[in-house]
Design a protein around this ligand. Structure first.
Ligand code: HEC
Length: 115
């Protein structure tokens, strides 16, 4: 039973990898260099390099790139709503999202020192 379930999990993972359009809109295959440039519009809230000590904003550095792109897609589509983040996501193209997810996802995960 248990092994059957994990085999199913692997099967789903393989399917999602082989058919990225199945997962959501855009797979995280972005360019982290372009993501770095685009991330300048995120610094004020999420901190330089995606780490902030402001508890209002989540850290982005080192978060799973697939998760990041999915959240941005959800903010953009309205599936996830935040009065601040949703309008920002609505300005992002599929390429922007892939690039930003590649950039933030590729950073070392960190927590701000002072809290
Ligand atoms: C004006 C402030 C502001 C700016 C600028 C901003 N964000 Fe956000 N962001 C937020 C807030 C607030 C949240 C938390 C929303 C919530 O609670 O659901 C958030 C959440 C997120 C999340 C979800 C994180 C998680 O852990 O689920 C992602 C991803 C994200 N932002 C990416 C970005 C990117 C990429 C940019 C730049 C293009 C950006 N944000 C610019 C305020 C901002």
């Amino acid at each position: 039973m248990h092994s059957k379930l994990s085999a199913m999990g692997v099967g789903l993972l393989v399917a999602a990898t082989a058919l990225p359009s199945f997962a959501a809109a855009d797979p995280p295959g972005g360019d982290s260099g372009r993501g770095l440039e685009k991330s300048m519009q995120c610094v004020a809230c999420h901190g330089y390099g995606g780490v902030t000590d402001n508890p209002t904003f989540p850290n982005l550095a080192g978060q799973n790139a697939g998760y990041l792109s999915l959240q941005l897609e959800h903010f953009r589509s309205g599936k996830r709503y935040d009065p601040v983040m949703s309008p920002i996501a609505q300005t992002l193209s599929d390429d922007d999202i892939a690039d930003l997810a590649a950039y933030f996802g590729g950073l070392e995960q960190k927590v701000a020192d002072k809290r």
